[in-house]
Design a protein around this ligand. Structure first.
Ligand code: NDP
Length: 279
């Protein structure tokens, strides 16, 4: 069986092109504030990439750099100031935050109507209960990729490996909303291989390099690799051992070039929707 590549870069470019046209029709440019605490080389690269793409679409970005030693109260107070600033449409906190900071408190401080990442309890609750909400970008990007392979997911078995607030939980909920039968695996799951091998759609978001091997994949399955880990030579790798699942999976996202670009495209899409008041 041939394994088809689900090209996130290509799809993200198409989405961003459409967004650029949409932004031209808006009464003014959307404005996004990015809060960046400390100095993490990977975060710096991601922020530069998001800024470059946002500006190419016509979204204005301001990066607010806070010192590494900032405390949670200083961070939440700053978020509050941005909440009250009518010139700011969307707020994004670059994760991960330095370890001494309370990430949940920082996320909850964002006004749900400016929560570009869709991570506040109100927006995640909306995803669960079905009222219009800003959806989390990475799971939303994964879903768009899955739909490239199969437009209708009703009745399919889906397995999500990982249960974080950022990726795993909202991903499982999105698939449930698509009428999939969903299993959620995590670090205490027993017989992970057997559970994954039942999946028509397998999404892995653990950060454990090579966790998903050929025997974990049902023939023809759609496999979405969210994980990012560093290899010895400094390049990045995913959760899926791509070489071993080739010829077994029906579709596979590459790392890099799969979920990463789609996450950025969904941030931009959420920004445009916020300004259009489509939530
Ligand atoms: P977290 O560390 O918050 O969550 C990891 C999850 O993996 C946890 O739920 C953990 O289980 C689970 N896990 C760990 N070990 C195993 C195991 N052996 N078997 C099954 N499950 C396991 O990470 P995130 O959700 O924030 O991110 C996951 C990965 O996705 C990371 O590599 C991150 O870099 C990447 N990522 C990529 C993005 C992109 O755009 N491409 C965007 C966001 C994240 P438990 O809950 O029990 O601890």
């Amino acid at each position: 069986m041939e394994t088809l590549r689900l090209d996130g870069r290509l799809l993200a470019n198409q989405i961003q092109q459409k967004l650029k046209e949409e932004v031209r029709t808006l009464p003014r440019k959307p404005r996004m504030s990015v809060i960046y605490v400390g100095d993490n080389p990977a975060s710096r690269i991601y922020i530069n990439m998001k800024t470059r793409i946002a500006e190419s679409i016509g979204i204005e970005v301001t990066v607010h750099k806070m010192p590494e030693q900032s405390n949670t109260e200083q961070l939440t107070c700053f978020v509050q100031k941005l909440n009250e600033d009518p010139s700011v449409d969307g707020i994004l906190i670059q994760l991960p935050l330095p370890k001494h900071l309370d990430t949940n408190a920082a996320i909850e401080a964002i006004s749900p109507s400016k929560d570009v990442d869709g991570l506040t309890s109100k927006n995640q609750g909306g995803l669960m209960t079905g009222y219009p909400t800003i959806l989390p970008c990475t799971p939303l990007g994964c879903l768009r990729l899955i739909h490239q392979a199969r437009p209708i997911l009703t009745g399919l078995n889906a397995v999500v490996v990982g249960r974080s607030r950022l990726v795993g939980r909202p991903m499982a909920q999105l698939l449930l909303n698509e009428n999939c039968t969903v299993a959620q695996a995590h670090s205490h799951t027993q017989n992970l291989m057997d559970i994954c091998a039942r999946a028509d759609i397998l999404v892995s978001a653990t950060g454990i390099r090579g966790l998903i091997k050929r025997d974990f994949v049902k023939p023809g399955a759609i496999v979405i690799d969210v994980g990012i880990s560093k290899t010895e030579d400094g390049s990045i790798a995913g959760d899926v051992d791509a070489e071993s699942v080739m010829g077994q999976a029906g579709w596979l996202t590459p790392v890099p070039g799969g979920v990463g670009p789609m996450t950025v495209a969904m941030i931009m899409s959420n920004m445009v929707n916020i300004v259009k008041h489509e939530f």
